[in-house]
Design a protein around this ligand. Structure first.
Ligand SMILES: Nc1nc2c(ncn2[C@@H]2O[C@H](COP(=O)(O)OP(=O)(O)OP(=O)(O)O)[C@@H](O)[C@H]2O)c(=O)[nH]1
Ligand SMILES: [Mg+2]
Length: 230
């Protein structure tokens, strides 16, 4: 198997469409999924580099694995469902801390998926605008999460990481809305991220392999009679 040069990780609540986005991008189709167990990855050749793209499980029971998958990541794609404000809130409350193990110069993208389910106008609630009749909207619903909410989260991430807005890509550039079902903006998302991770991969390669712990060197601490480690 080819050795990956860099790593991109998808994080987000269960059911937001992480696996479907990856299927759409890598296999060019939308297919039925089952909720991910643990994690899985694809390798994508990008120029001279092999980028591993990790699909993680959003289910709470696998939460502990998240920071392991993020270790050394050059980019993290934080995914939510545009029809669930809770899924955006979860990114801040549950997933952001998992990225502490990512590369120090990790790129963050915030992705609102399932835009195909929303009303085409996709406008936020506006008191001055008359409500559209439900009948005229067919089965589509008004988007629950506004682009501004995602941009606000991006800015919170910069604060959390103690990064200056001047030194990172603009929030508007890093917040995406996609549909894994129709393919809307899926290529654009992944390709924008890949372009941005190339300089990080180049730096990581120049610095050599990351520090790893060799478990064959591990010597268990001696136990004292009381059962404590000496
Ligand atoms: N309409 C619509 N449905 C989608 C879209 N993306 C995913 N889905 C559906 O949403 C459900 C969940 O999709 P998954 O890709 O399995 O979600 P996930 O984020 O990988 O979920 P976990 O693996 O549990 O973390 C499936 O029924 C998908 O068919 C989309 O863009 N539009
Ligand atoms: Mg999945």
């Amino acid at each position: 198997m080819k050795k990956p040069d860099g790593k991109v990780v998808l994080l987000g609540d269960m059911n937001v469409g992480k696996t479907s986005l990856l299927h759409r991008y890598m296999e060019r189709r939308f297919q039925e999924t089952v909720s991910t167990v643990g994690g899985a990855f694809y390798l994508k050749q990008w120029g001279p580099y092999n980028i591993s793209i990790w699909d993680t499980a959003g289910r709470e029971q696998f939460h502990g694995l998240g920071s392991m998958y993020c270790r050394g990541a050059a980019a993290v794609i934080l995914t939510y469902d545009v029809n669930s404000l809770q899924s955006l809130t979860e990114l801040e409350e549950r997933f952001l801390a998992l990225t502490d193990s990512a590369s120090a110069d990790c790129i963050f993208a915030i992705v609102g998926n399932k835009v195909d389910l929303t009303d085409d106008s996709a406008l936020p609630p506006d008191e001055n605008r008359p409500e559209k009749s439900v009948a005229s909207c067919s089965s589509k619903v008004r988007k629950q999460v506004r682009a501004e909410d995602a941009i606000a989260l991006y800015k919170k991430i910069l604060k959390y990481k103690m990064l200056d807005e001047k030194d990172v890509p603009a929030a508007e550039k890093m917040c995406f809305e996609t549909s894994a079902k129709t393919g809307y903006k899926v290529d654009y998302l992944f390709e924008t991220v890949f372009e941005m991770v190339v300089p990080i991969i180049v730096r990581q390669k120049a610095e050599g392999p990351p520090q790893t712990v060799d478990i064959t060197d591990y010597k268990p601490a001696k136990r004292t009679k009381s059962g404590c480690c000496a």
